[in-house]
Design a protein around this ligand. Sequence first.
Ligand code: NAD
Length: 340
Amino acid sequence: MLKVGVFGVGHLGKYHLNNWKEIPEVSIVGFFDPNNDNAKEVEKTYGLKRFMDEEALIAACDIIDIVTPTQHHFPVCEMAIKMGKNVFVEKPMANTIEEGKAIVNMVKEANVKLQVGHVERFNPAYTALKNASLNPLFIEVHRLAQFNPRGTEVSVIFDLMIHDIDIILSIVKSDIKNISASGVAVLTDTPDIANVRIEFNNGCVANLTSSRISMKKMRKIRLFQKDAYIGIDFLEKNTEIIKLKKPEDTDAFSFDIETHQGTKTISIANPVIEEGNAIKAELSSFVHAIINNETPVVSEIDGFLAMEVAHQILEKISKSTSMLKQGPDASFSDPMPLED
Ligand code: NAD
């Protein structure tokens, strides 16, 4: 039985507790949270031990689950990894590139496992595509949310877009050639809405829009590739594949269209979406990676790569914002400092 300790029992931390309780290979030792209201509620509802000493909790566990606000991810990661513990840390993995690099190095040195909470990798609408061949040339992404002060300690890039950055990096196996980005801080001090274009060396282009000040919610990724369109709705949990019909596509709905190149048969398929809870799936997957000594599905390297792209995006936004403020002749040599 692996022993887990949870740091941070706020909104998401309670979901983690509910899911850890359902994973048979794990027992929860207790939690650490400086917030008395949250801690009292969890002591009462879950009957769990509240630790007042961070090191004592870490020492008593095999896995440390970090569900604190982003600025606390690094110090807790550092303490846990240096004590030789496996770490599950929520996204974004850390606040700065230096912290991210330090985590990657410490994990290697301590020979422990670390997984980052990029939970969309476990969304059944995405895992339904595990056997599909994904080679997109163009990707259109929309992640829109209503305003919520939780999470606004970081920009919308680190709060929401980072989920899509991670998914895109897991699909497109090519280096990034160029990033252009614009963003606007409307309700907070950092961008609340952003539009980003990522060009890859293999010719793929991804266009991402993220907003945390929308009236409606949306979490969609659309992939366009040579022979197919693939739509993934992470919110509604459905997936659609529309493509030129092949003889083996017997279970798909199909219809003919006339083109100047002759009749084409189009098939529309909706892969089976398994019932499931993505948080439980990501935590279970981490436990199995530890037990079987495998690399976690979302490793520290994946967490770092997503952070690195997110930082590049913020830098581009800072530059375009400073250019707007200073006028078209503004120098690019001294960008505004990153606020995240
Ligand atoms: P929250 O504010 O509701 O809860 C955070 C909790 O951490 C609070 O109870 C706070 O007292 C506690 N805390 C603060 N410093 C601490 C420390 N040093 N040690 C232990 N506990 C500490 O925030 P939340 O919405 O639960 O978000 C927590 C994390 O989860 C953030 O990193 C956020 O980005 C991430 N998150 C991820 C997703 C996702 O889809 N994967 C969704 C929401 C939030």
